[in-house]
Design a protein around this ligand. Structure first.
Ligand code: ADP
Ligand code: MG
Length: 720
């Protein structure tokens, strides 16, 4: 299996996308073909024996142009620009020819045949692509926009209206280019993310010719560094390999994902995480491609390059997401399929009743539902792109729709509302071991666990200078605690509630002491060995600075229920919820029950949906079950977090209210576009049928509506 990407040209309307998809899918070995009308690309999943040439040939046979896509963003952009320029030049030539023919036609000294020949040449050139596609569509037993326009042009020409026919074809051509220009500019303005990748990188590699490297004629060799065996070279960023040492100076963009080896700098990570404030980076920190080194110098070891970098994966996801249709879109596509035959009939009726062929032709021209078809995909594309720039990955149009309709948002506590990096705040001994022995015992038990409580205990042990041995056996009980053995000793660390299951009896004083901590919002675990309670460890997690404000914003947006879902003790949860202004708490929920809780919230009635916000690691089932699963802080780790529908690149809770607001705005824009297109189309068809609109006016009006709908959708790019 492989995925092939192609650039597609000549698609005048969204309906064309389906024709290309069908053409691609009909090739043996192709399992899936997806065409993005706006990006003018096709991505094809096919078995390995399918060649690019075969795919391109089938696209061409369907009446469109196809070309290879350069994987380098710079090259790709330049190619697109060149293709657009040459198309514009052709259109300009056709327009000039048409205009010249028209003017010469009214000059009496010029023979009529000359001017007519010019007009007809222009007409044939302009109409040829439209007619070609229309014929292909008819052969595929389909009626689409090209068929409408094609019939209109032929009808006009057949009654001798060559200039009008030429102008209509020309306006269609020009309009398609205007559409393409608008969407291309939009895609670029959102920083076609990949254009942030610098073109070159300064790499330190062992000099191949150590002695006379200085005298090397190669201009890219800058200067030998203090390390005699290494020299700095400027090479294309695409050629950096994993493990290379890259130098990034102040003001430069980082060319790879990597780890800082040396140096400190403040780095603006906005392109990847959406954070507006620069982040301090020093030795051992992770840095991302495309981010800007604002001050200082960094020496970085490349860990991911090319297509594997976080930014490239974000770009891939965004691109895939933009092709993920919103449900509203599918209904519309079907509607458009119906509209064309209906309009053909209408035009025929107009002709039958009025015997006015020009009128019938105008009806055909204005009837094409292009604006209607474009309204949703343009808005979805713009909204997803806007979100990506803020560090929010929305994985498809359907999730925009769902996010706009949320009435309940559920938050995981640990790692989501809190930082998830708790500190040991208090120790209490209930037996004759020392504090250090208590910590050491807990640390041995927790050594193999990745839970935040375990990490807090390990850090404490480290700070006390304790050496913790490996446990001889270890069992994690998710959402409860751990059981481990050290030689003959059986160690249990975990929740109070769970101790009875482990046959550990809690005395009243232990009970009281724990309740006290729980009331303060501090998670407290029991440490027991061989059935006896040895002590308790209280860990305090800090609530995220932005949490309270984020919850407040969601309330303001009118989200009805905000719920905290946690496996932690009820009193701890209530305390934190109180501080944050969360009205509902579901505590002491075992990990496997979290998804059930979401299900029951979903069943609780009302139209709309339930979102689950989690740190993504142990919340995966709940994220998957929710109407909208939001995973936090996924930059660097697993960008394409499988279970989540929305991924927040940074741990920034304010992005949830942003996503809700943006989604609602997007839905509004979609509805505006649809309503406008519908009203406009109906008005134009009425005007045309009643003879109040001329052919050329109709062509202009028709293209105008498409461009207006696109421009309206592009407003989303500037959301907030
Ligand atoms: P949350 O839902 O807040 O993410 P979990 O479901 O991971 O919490 O855990 C719930 C509770 O179980 C914790 O508050 C803690 O008391 C206990 N617990 C879970 N894992 C461990 C562990 N490895 N060591 C000690 N206690 C644990
Ligand atoms: Mg958690």
């Amino acid at each position: 299996m492989k995925t092939i990407k192609l650039g597609i040209g000549g698609m005048s309307c969204a309906g064309c996308a389906r024709t290309v998809e069908q053409a691609l899918a009909s090739i043996p070995g192709v399992t899936k073909a997806n065409v993005d009308v706006l990006a003018r690309t096709a991505s094809v999943a096919a078995s390995d024996d399918v060649t690019e040439e075969a795919l391109m040939a089938s696209v061409r046979a369907a009446g469109y142009s196809a070309r290879r896509l350069a994987s380098q963003p710079h090259v790709r952009e330049a190619e697109e620009r060149k293709a657009a320029q040459s198309a514009l030049l052709k259109t300009g030539g056709i327009g000039a020819l048409l205009l010249a023919g028209w003017i010469l036609g009214s000059v009496s000294s010029v023979p009529k045949t000359v001017s007519l020949a010019m007009v007809i040449t222009a007409l044939v050139l302009a109409a040829f692509p439209i007619l070609w596609r229309a014929i292909k569509a008819l052969f595929a037993r389909k009626l689409d926009a090209d068929v409408l326009v094609g019939i209109a042009v032929i009808a006009a020409a057949s009654v001798g209206e060559f200039i009008a026919a030429g102008e209509v074809a020309f306006i269609m051509l020009l309009g398609a280019q205007l559409e393409e220009y608008t969407t291309r500019r939009a895609r670029k303005s959102l920083g076609s993310l990949l254009s942030l990748v610098p073109a070159t990188a300064h790499v330190r590699r062992p000099a191949s010719v150590p002695q006379d490297a200085c005298a090397s004629p190669d201009k890219s060799v800058r200067a030998p560094l203090d390390d005699q065996n290494e020299m700095e070279q400027e090479i294309p960023a695409a050629e950096v390999r994993v493990g290379d040492i890259v130098v990034v100076r102040a003001g430069e963009r980082i060319p790879v994902d990597g780890l800082v080896r040396q140096g400190t700098a403040s780095v603006n990570q906005a392109p990847v995480t959406g954070e507006s404030m620069p982040v301090e980076k020093s030795t051992g920190d992770e840095v991302f491609v495309g981010t800007l080194n604002e001050s200082g110098a960094l020496i970085i070891e490349a860990t991911r390059v090319g297509e594997d970098t976080t930014l490239a994966r974000i770009a891939q996801l965004v691109e895939a997401a933009q092709q993920n249709e919103a449900p509203i879109q599918r209904t519309l596509d079907r509607l458009a399929g119906w509209l064309v035959p209906v309009m053909l009939t209408l035009a025929a009726l107009v002709f039958v009743f009025t015997h006015d062929i020009a009128r019938a032709i105008t009806v055909l021209i204005v009837a094409c539902p292009c604006a209607l078809i474009l309204a949703t995909p343009t808005a979805v594309m713009a909204a997803i792109a806007r979100a990506a720039r803020a560090g929010v990955l929305i994985k498809g149009g359907q999730f925009l729709e769902a996010t706009a309709r949320l009435h309940t948002i559920v938050f995981d506590k640990t790692g989501t509302l809190t930082y998830g990096e708790p500190e040991v705040a208090d120790l209490r001994r209930f037996c004759d071991h020392s504090d250090a022995e208590l910590v050491e015992m807990a640390a041995v038990a927790e050594k193999m666990s990745t839970h935040p409580v375990a990490r807090a205990i390990m850090r404490k042990a480290q700070s006390l200078g304790l050496k913790t041995a490996d446990p001889t056996s270890f069992e994690a009980h998710h959402g409860r605690g751990v059981v481990a053995r050290r030689g003959e000793q059986r160690l249990v660390v975990g929740q109070k509630r769970w101790m009875s299951e482990q046959d550990i009896h809690l005395s009243e004083s232990v009970d009281e002491h724990m309740d006290e901590h729980h009331g303060e919002g501090h998670t407290t675990v029991v440490v027991a060995h061989d059935g006896k309670v040895c002590g308790t460890i209280c860990v305090a997690d800090t609530v995220r600075a932005s949490a309270k404000e984020a919850i407040g914003d969601l309330h303001e947006l009118g989200i009805e229920r905000i719920v905290m879902l946690t496996g932690d003790n009820r009193r701890v949860a209530l305390d934190i919820a109180g501080k944050l202004g969360i009205d509902e708490v579901k505590a002491e929920v075992l990990p496997e029950q979290k998804a059930e809780q979401i299900e029951s919230l979903k069943r609780s009635g009302r139209a709309g949906g339930v979102a689950m916000v989690g740190d993504g690691i142990n919340d995966a089932p709940a994220l998957a079950v929710a109407d909208v699963g939001v995973a936090m802080g996924v930059s660097g780790t697993d960008v394409a977090h499988e279970a989540a529908d929305i991924a927040l690149m940074a741990d920034d809770l304010s992005k949830i209210a942003f996503s809700v607001g943006l989604s609602r705005q997007a839905l509004r824009v979609i509805k505006q576009g649809l309503l406008f297109a519908l009203v406009y189309n109906v008005t134009m068809v009425t005007l045309a049928s009643s003879g109040h609109l001329h052919m050329i006016g109709g062509a202009i009006a028709h293209q105008f509506s498409s461009v207006l709908v696109i421009l309206n959708a592009m407003r989303l790019l500037r959301y907030r």
